[in-house]
Structures are given as structure tokens and as C-alpha cells.
Design a protein around this ligand. Structure first.
Ligand code: ZN
Length: 385
């Protein structure tokens, strides 16, 4: 018998394992889960949700919401201007855009998650990018403190995932840290489920197989934790669910015919479920509002609704006007992709399919109802609250 370390807190993030998805997988960690509940997500994508989970703050507070925002003077992409001269056919290929993303990330010195997706190269120099730093380390947030800042101040040894390696290696590295009793805390994120459901939708038979794989990996991890620690608390959670895509719509085609000059009168960024508009000249406001009002495929979000969702920005950083698509309808083409996917998240947070989930081997306190409350849970586990 080797000696055990006192306590381990495990926070295991399975991207897109929302409440509805989890309910359809009753075998997942059966017999181990003590308590489980849905959590409210935040309007937007992981670029908004993940910083909230690790800080307890809303996007209005930590200032990370969508990835790209209009900022021609501060744009780190000005040097990419020459790329617009190259034939666009080259850049419509996924693999080439992937290589380009890596190159741009390196040249710009970004350490955070970065993809150029399908942002047209002619527009790229007008935009800035929010998540320039890796958020999973101290100093990673533009505003506020994350759990990683806090653990570093307190000298708590922790494990955090490496975003550049696949899920199976992430399990291996976490298991090694547990077996060597090197850590008191782990925050480890896994991405395969999100990728699978984007590609195949929420009804794919492959989801069950993948969840069996996760089940096996997590059970092995928990066994190793029990062998090496007197006390183990674990939480399995996510930041959002997943919708099946039921239709696509070319929203750009509604805006381009308006008699408005791009980058003179207005600028726009088309995410996959949202369109965001900046009014550079007041004369752009009325026609854009008119084109998007009483729209059959989506709606303009009110200031009130944005404030209630924690995604209101006084300075219009992420847009002066936000248009959200009807749930299930994807903007195609958008700046995030030229083809539709089978699954997508980032629709109305109030939908059942949008909800996140939290499961644990402990009872979850009643005041944990939103994804950003997981930060409080982490503090409590560490005895830092
Ligand atoms: Zn996703």
C-alpha cells in the first residue's frame, strides 16, 4: 500500500454534453452519479461561456463574447491585406484555411484558441480578435480573475488540459498527474462529442458509442483517483447543449442589396447563429433595422434581453445591433462556415436543447443554476470561498 494524498477535485468538461443529450444517455456513469441538474447557458459560443465558467463573470464583465469584432485601427490582421489578392478558391479549402489559421496565430502571437473559419480575407484587416490569450492560465482574461489566477496565488498544484492534443492524450496526461499525486485540482476539457454532433447531429448512433468510450475513460480515471487520494470530488459539466440544424438561410443576401457602403456606412460579422452590425454612419441604422424587423428567420435582440443575458456592451464592441436566428436555422454562408452543419449551438439560451448540465458524486447545492456558478463550486472545493 502506498500512501494517499488528502484530496482531489476533478472538473471534467465534456463540450456540448447538454442536459438533453445527457438524458438520452442513461448508461453514462450509471451508479456513480449522485446528483445531476441542467444549467442555464449564456447566449453565444464557447468563446463566451468558457471564460464565464472559470471566472464566475458574465461576458459583459470579462469582455469576451464572440470571437471577432470590428476594430480597423486595432486589428492585428492588417498585414494579411495581401491575401485578398490571391484566388479565393485556394482559401475555400478547409485544410488550407487550417494551415492559414496556424500561421496567422503564430504571426499575431496569439496563445488562445484561434481559427479564421470562413472570414473573407478582404474583411479580416477590419476586425480584431477577442481571445488572444490562452484563457486556461493565470492572466488569461482581459478583465477579472479566473480560477487559474486564484490557484496560482494560493500555490495550489493543478492540472489543466492542453488544447492542442486529442482527447485520448488529455486523459493520459491527467491520469499520469493523478497517479503521481502531483495535483490537488484538475480542469480538463474534452472536445470529441461537440465535433461529432456538429458533423452528425444529436440523433447520431455514434453518440452512444462515444459516450461509452468517455464512460470507460472516466471510470478508469476515477479508479486511479480513489487509489491515490483519501477524498475525491468530481464534477462532469459543459457550457452548452446542441441543436439539430433544420434549415439554413442566406442572411447576407438580405443585407448586401441595401444601398449601403461596407466599411463606410456599416460593418457586419456573420456568426453561424447570429449576425452583428456596427453602424459607422447613422444613415445605415434605419434600413438595416427595417430589413431585419419582422424577419421570418430570426429577430433583433433588445437591449433589455442582451442585458439580462449578460452580453450587453455599452460601447458596442461586439455590435450595435444583434440579430439572432430562429433555433435550428443556421446562417449559410456565414463568416464561420460556407456549408451547413448537422448540429449547431448558439441559439436561444432558453431552449431546452441549449441547456448545459452538471453531474457529480456529491449533492449539488440549489444555488448552482447557471454555468458561471461552476466557478463558485470550484472555489468551494478548494476551500477558497
Ligand atoms: Zn461546438
Amino acid at each position: 500500500m502506498h500512501s494517499k494524498k488528502e484530496k482531489l477535485s476533478l472538473f471534467i468538461f465534456i463540450d456540448a454534453l447538454g442536459w438533453e443529450v445527457k438524458q438520452r444517455q442513461p448508461e453514462f456513469l450509471k451508479g456513480l452519479i449522485q446528483d445531476s441538474k441542467p444549467l442555464d447557458t449564456i447566449l453565444g459560443y464557447s468563446s463566451a461561456c468558457d471564460p464565464s465558467i472559470i471566472s464566475g463573470l458574465t461576458p459583459s464583465e470579462h469582455k469576451l463574447w464572440s470571437s471577432f469584432y470590428y476594430d480597423p485601427t486595432g486589428s492585428p490582421f492588417k498585414w494579411t491585406r495581401f491575401l485578398r489578392l490571391l484566388p479565393s478558391a485556394i482559401f475555400s479549402r478547409g485544410r488550407i484555411r487550417n494551415q492559414m489559421s496556424k500561421l496567422i496565430k503564430r504571426v499575431c502571437g496569439f496563445t488562445g484558441y484561434f481559427q479564421i473559419y470562413a472570414v473573407p480575407f478582404k474583411y479580416l484587416p477590419l476586425f480584431n480578435y477577442a481571445e488572444q490569450k490562452r484563457i486556461w492560465e493565470p492572466g488569461g482574461l482581459p478583465y477579472g480573475e479566473s480560477i487559474f489566477d486564484r490557484m496560482t496565488q494560493e500555490g495550489i498544484p493543478y492540472h489543466v488540459h492542453d488544447s492542442d492534443i486529442p482527447d485520448d492524450l488529455r486523459f493520459e496526461r491527467l491520469a499520469a498527474d493523478i497517479q503521481n499525486q502531483r495535483i490537488d485540482f484538475a480542469y480538463c476539457s474534452f472536445g470529441r462529442l461537440d465535433a461529432l454532433m456538429h458533423a452528425e447531429g444529436t440523433d447520431s448512433p455514434n453518440i452512444k458509442k462515444l459516450m461509452q468510450w468517455y464512460d470507460g475513460k472516466i471510470r478508469a480515471l476515477l479508479d486511479a483517483a480513489e487509489e491515490n487520494y483519501e477524498e475525491v470530488s468530481w464534477y462532469i459539466f459543459t457550457d452548452h447543449g446542441m441543436h439539430n440544424v433544420t434549415g439554413s438561410y442566406d442572411l447576407i443576401a438580405d443585407v448586401e442589396p441595401l444601398d449601403l457602403e461596407w466599411n463606410q456606412d456599416y460593418a457586419a460579422f456573420y456568426d453561424s447563429t447570429m449576425a452583428r452590425f456596427w453602424f459607422l454612419d447613422e444613415r445605415a441604422r434605419a434600413p438595416i433595422i427595417k430589413a431585419l424587423s419582422n424577419h421570418p428567420k430570426g429577430r433583433i435582440l433588445s437591449e433589455q434581453e442582451l442585458k439580462a443575458s449578460g452580453v450587453w456592451f455599452e460601447d458596442g464592441q461586439y455590435g450595435d445591433l444583434i440579430f439572432l436566428m430562429n433555433s435550428g436555422t443556421q446562417i449559410v454562408p456565414s463568416f464561420m462556415g460556407i456549408k451547413p452543419t448537422k448540429g449547431m449551438h448558439g441559439f436561444n439560451p432558453a431552449d431546452p436543447d441549449s441547456r448545459a448540465a452538471l453531474s457529480s458524486n456529491k449533492n449539488i447545492s440549489a444555488n448552482i443554476t447557471k454555468i458561471q456558478h461552476i466557478h463558485q463550486l470550484m472555489l468551494t472545493e478548494l476551500g477558497l470561498d
